[in-house]
Design a protein around this ligand. Structure first.
Ligand code: SF4
Length: 103
């Protein structure tokens, strides 16, 4: 028979895991969906190499959110905030037609 104290400790451990998973999920912001109206209007793509060069001929290789003046993520982050997409995160490797050269 399992000792009641052992069952109790196991229950606490399981609860702790569930709680930490929850708080991690709450902190992570949603990523911008390419199909969002704002994203579509700006030609946003999560992968800059897939930018529509016919529609946006000003796109040049090397341009991406990570190298954009508006990008607020830290260097090395996979995604970060952009003032054009409030409350959501853009991919560091993404791109949109509002890309602006840093500095
Ligand atoms: Fe990315 Fe810059 Fe467009 Fe924002 S403005 S989505 S950081 S390219």
């Amino acid at each position: 028979m399992t000792h009641p104290r052992r069952v109790f400790l196991m229950a606490i451990a399981a609860t702790g895991t569930a709680l930490s998973t929850l708080s991690t999920g709450a902190r992570a912001q949603a990523k911008v969906d390419e199909k969002d109206p704002q994203a579509a209007a700006l030609g946003y793509v999560a992968d800059a190499t897939k930018a529509d060069v016919k529609k946006y001929p000003k796109y040049a290789a090397g341009q991406n959110c990570g190298s954009c003046a508006l990008y607020q993520g830290k260097a090395g982050d996979a995604a970060g905030n952009c003032p054009l997409f409030a409350g959501k995160q853009v991919a560091a490797k993404g791109w949109c037609s509002a890309w602006a050269k840093k500095g």
